[in-house]
Design a binder for this molecule. Structure first.
Ligand SMILES: [Fe+2]
Ligand SMILES: [Fe+2]
Length: 281
């Protein structure tokens, strides 16, 4: 268990006041409304659980729909409108950009990129999709914009995108990640981003890469699953210098994915290490 007291290391953000109480972010991804694998009951339950949690922010990292159709978007919106949180950040996924679905996204959810600054925490999300393609890209044209946005003093910087920036174990052959992942990772390191939240692969996982923690969410409400993964969403709790990411299974409890200190970069991945022990490796 990481301690929540001072780490003894200089904190470059110490002049900025962080949240005075634990700051909770519910991270939902990959609803896939309209898919034959979409399970309304799971989505209903996840919304009830998130509302009970009363997070400061809810982020939804794409694949709201399965094919970008208007009726799928309307269904997704009918669910997301029930989230009782003043700060809901939504970005599209590759499935949402099929069939020119991004026009419905803009009409129903607004701009495809977002920025929230709250209690010293800076959160920026971008649309990493390309119309009708499954791979993702951030693009050189946005590197400077990200640098400018993240230049704002903050105790924690969080970047949202749909696609994965790093390979995720247990997802089969590697494909469809962000084409400019290397350059994007360097931009995020340079801009002192602490945490990346993404979806896409439907497998929850966490990596630390140098100063950066990259955390994937699973699919919240679909049975488009790989191996033995189950529908789930993530809850990120920022409590002083400790960030904890828990994956929650609608109806069925929770497990900690990773706990880390943004200042010392110490981390623990209890669930992942426990699974490895179970496998005897
Ligand atoms: Fe998806
Ligand atoms: Fe996706």
């Amino acid at each position: 268990m990481l301690t929540r007291n001072d780490t003894g290391l200089p904190d470059p953000s110490s002049a900025i006041a962080g949240p005075v109480k634990p700051f909770i972010i519910a991270h939902i991804s990959d609803l896939h409304t309209g898919s034959p694998f979409f399970v309304p009951n799971l989505m209903d339950r996840a919304i009830v659980e998130v509302n009970e949690l009363a997070p400061e922010v809810v982020v939804i990292t794409g694949d709201l729909t399965n094919d970008g159709f208007r009726q799928e978007y309307l269904l997704a919106k009918s669910y997301l409108d029930r989230i009782e949180c003043p700060n809901v950040l939504v970005i599209p996924g590759n499935h949402d950009s099929r069939n020119v679905g991004y026009v419905h996204f803009e009409e129903l959810f607004g701009p495809r990129s977002c920025h929230l600054y709250k209690d010293g925490i800076s959160i920026i999300g971008v649309d990493s999709t390309e119309p009708d393609l499954d791979y993702g890209t951030i693009g050189r044209a946005r590197y400077r914009w990200l640098e400018e946005k993240f230049a704002e003093p903050a105790t924690l910087r969080i970047f949202l995108l749909h696609h994965h920036l790093l390979p995720v174990p247990g997802t089969g052959r590697e494909r469809n990640m962000v084409y400019d992942a290397g350059d994007t990772l360097e931009v995020l390191q340079r801009t002192r981003v602490n945490l990346v939240l993404c979806g896409h692969k439907h497998v929850p996982y966490a990596w630390r890469l140098e100063n950066l923690f990259v955390v994937n969410a699973g699919t919240v409400s679909s049975l488009r699953l790989r191996g033995n993964t189950r529908p789930c969403y993530n809850v990120v709790t920022i409590d002083g210098d400790v960030v904890t990411v828990v994956r929650k299974y609608p109806f069925h409890g929770s497990e900690t994915i990773i706990e880390f200190s943004p200042s010392t970069l110490a981390f623990e991945k209890p669930t992942i290490h426990a699974s490895k022990r179970d496998l005897g490796s």
